[in-house]
Design a protein around this ligand. Structure first.
Ligand code: ADP
Ligand code: MG
Length: 586
């Protein structure tokens, strides 16, 4: 309850606002609300998802023009035009998203600038949209016979929509889909290997951001009762992005803070700067430019995280509720061939990292893949798991060719893996990092997540994550940030994450690196138990005591090729192997 006091206070202030504030301030709050809705979409898209868009103003324009045109030219009810606007925006965003989201690095923002400008000029040049003068006579919104014809009344609609959007976004981020969204920035490759279709997730957040912008535009059109192209240009698109960044791009409340600060500051500067410079001339733009550079240099996280620290409330002690276990896979019978690699070749340009590699792993055995640094072991893992596909050759998993499949498709078939260079989401909790591993075992989508209708499934995912963390011995660290664990334990976390997917084949790339003696023993014990339960394990490891005490069979690689294969005791005596490791035996 105590946690909620600041929120309740804020809601109370928002509630009484129009009753006590002068007209001018209500208007300002209306605009802050409208901007916040757009900025909230950018928090999701840019702040959380890492996809920068300068073009959101164009989507605001789509919402505004859709209702402007349909209500004035065809007398369609505004509530229907909202649906029409959302449909048009979704269609346009889908096309733009498919075209631009594939662009990486700075090409994506450039792409958004391009379509932002295009749509802006389209609004201005279409005859039926009134050209640069725009459309007037947009009707007043009516809600159950109540006419929203003053700013004070409209205020409540705007803020209700905004708070609803904040709640939905917060719910979404706190879900299975939300973990996939949060993994996009910096964890895309890992998320794919956990079964997340990152291309789809990107489109989803792009659509949500566009739809939020559209709703803001629809509200704007009925508040102003006229539209022209000016507020939908690139300059405003940049301003929206600026709001999200200044407020705290990765936090939902940052959208409100950013929109508030920028709007008030802009108002104030527009009054102040002409007095200083003696003439009017958009000086605030220059000021904002400087401010943005300062924010990016001094407070990348934006204002919100800093505000939060001022209110020293500890986040609620969380616990994981008991829940029915997730359905488990039928394990293949011991001895079944799980993995077969035949003549696999991987070339990076002129460098052949894997050449004519052959190996197999059966259910219920530990196969070790060893060899000096640079031999090509991790490359082999990436080929097998589809993270970086083979150049030539054949890889079969459970009898099926998988060498042309994406890593998420291979994961779905029951292959789990860890990474030699740990790939986790350092600011996410240990528990949630592992829950991401169970991604494929859930089905609830974005809509039910936004409405929190997936709580039963979510509880099962968190309970599964907790179970796996206890299994690997990290049960005492559930709510810590994953990045705060020592490196060795981060590797163990990755094993729990792989297990959360309920795999039948486990690929472990140097799992014991950085572990202390007792931790290594515990890990070996865990792997023995997994093997006894019928799991196949392919293990890369440098610690020879660890490998030889555990492995059933060993494959040795050097310079990308297999140089030996056999039982641990055979391989250890093999002169070719000794040569590779020691550089010659006397
Ligand atoms: P290991 O895991 O056995 O130490 P790796 O599979 O990581 O070896 O690397 C094998 C060889 O392939 C090395 O020479 C490495 O530099 C090269 N290599 C690995 N990944 C890439 C890549 N993405 N691009 C180019 N070369 C790579
Ligand atoms: Mg390696």
């Amino acid at each position: 309850m105590k946690q909620r006091i600041p929120l309740l206070l804020f809601l109370a202030l928002i509630g009484v606002g129009p009753a006590v504030l002068p007209e001018f301030h209500v208007t300002l709050l209306n605009y802050i609300g409208l901007y916040s809705i757009v900025a909230l979409g950018l928090v999701l898209l840019t702040g959380v998802g890492g996809l920068t868009s300068f073009g959101q103003a164009a989507f605001v324009g789509l919402g505004a023009y859709a209702t402007g045109y349909l209500t004035t030219a065809h007398a369609v009810s505004p509530w229907l035009t909202l649906l029409a606007g959302l449909a048009v925006t979704a269609a346009v965003a889908l096309v733009l998203g498919v075209l631009t989201l594939r662009l990486s690095g700075h090409y994506l923002p450039l792409g958004t600038i391009a379509w932002g400008i295009s749509l802006y000029f389209l609004f201005g040049n279409l005859e039926f949209l009134g050209g640069h003068t725009g459309l007037t006579g947009i009707p007043v919104l009516e809600l159950f016979g109540w006419k929203l014809d003053t700013g004070r009344e409209f205020y409540y609609l705007i803020w209700l929509v905004l708070l609803g959007a904040v709640l939905a976004t917060q719910n979404l981020l706190d879900s299975r889909e939300g973990r996939a969204i949060r993994a996009l920035k910096g964890g895309g490759l890992m998320a794919e290997a956990m079964g997340v279709d990152t291309a789809r997730v990107k489109i989803v957040i792009f659509l949500i951001a566009a739809l939020f912008a559209c709703v803001s535009g629809w509200l704007y059109a009925h508040l102003q009762r006229f539209v022209n192209p000016t507020p939908f240009g690139l300059a405003i698109g940049i301003e929206y992005l600026f709001m999200a960044v200044v407020g705290g791009a990765a936090h939902v409340w940052g959208a409100l803070v950013g929109a508030g600060v920028i709007t008030v500051l802009k108002q104030w500067l527009q009054d102040l700067l002409p007095k200083i410079f003696g003439q009017s001339g958009n000086f605030e733009v220059i000021f904002f430019g400087v401010l943005l550079v300062l924010v990016l240099q001094r407070a990348r996280e934006g204002i919100w995280p800093w505000l939060r620290r001022l209110v020293p409330l500890r986040s609620a002690q969380r616990h994981v509720a008991a829940a029915e276990p997730l359905p488990a896979r039928q394990m293949p019978a011991p001895g079944t061939v799980l993995l077969e690699v035949k003549g696999a070749r991987k070339a990076f340009g002129g460098l052949v990292a894997n050449n004519d590699m052959n190996l197999s792993v059966k259910a219920g055995e530990v196969m070790a893949l060893i060899g000096p640094n640079g031999a090509g072991k991790s490359t082999m893992f990436n080929c097998i798991s589809g993270v970086d596909p083979v150049t030539a050759g054949e890889i079969r998993f459970l009898g099926e060719r998988v060498d042309a499949l994406a890593s998420r498709q291979i994961a779905r078939r029951g292959m789990g893996r860890t990474f030699q260079h740990v790939r986790l989401l350092p600011t996410m909790s240990v528990l949630e990092n592992v829950a991401l591993g169970a991604h494929l075992r859930g089905a609830k989508g974005v809509l039910s997540s936004s409405l929190h209708l997936e709580r039963a499934e979510e509880a099962r995912h968190l309970a599964e994550a907790k179970r796996q963390l206890e299994r690997v011995g990290l049960g005492g660290h559930l709510f810590e940030e994953a990045g705060s664990l020592p490196l060795g334990q981060q590797r163990i976390l990755e094993i729990a994450r792989a297990l959360a997917a309920d795999p039948c084949l486990l690929l472990l790339d140097e799992p014991a690196a950085g572990l202390r003696y007792l931790e290594k023993q515990a890990l070996a014990e865990l792997l023995r138990r997994l093997r006894a339960q019928g799991m196949g394990i392919l293990l890369v490891e440098h610690d020879m005591d660890f490998v030889m005490g555990l492995a059933d069979r060993v494959v040795v690689m050097e310079f990308g090729e297999k140089i030996a294969e056999g039982l641990p005791e055979e391989v250890q005596k093999d002169p070719v192997v000794l040569e590779a490791y020691l550089g010659g035996v006397e």
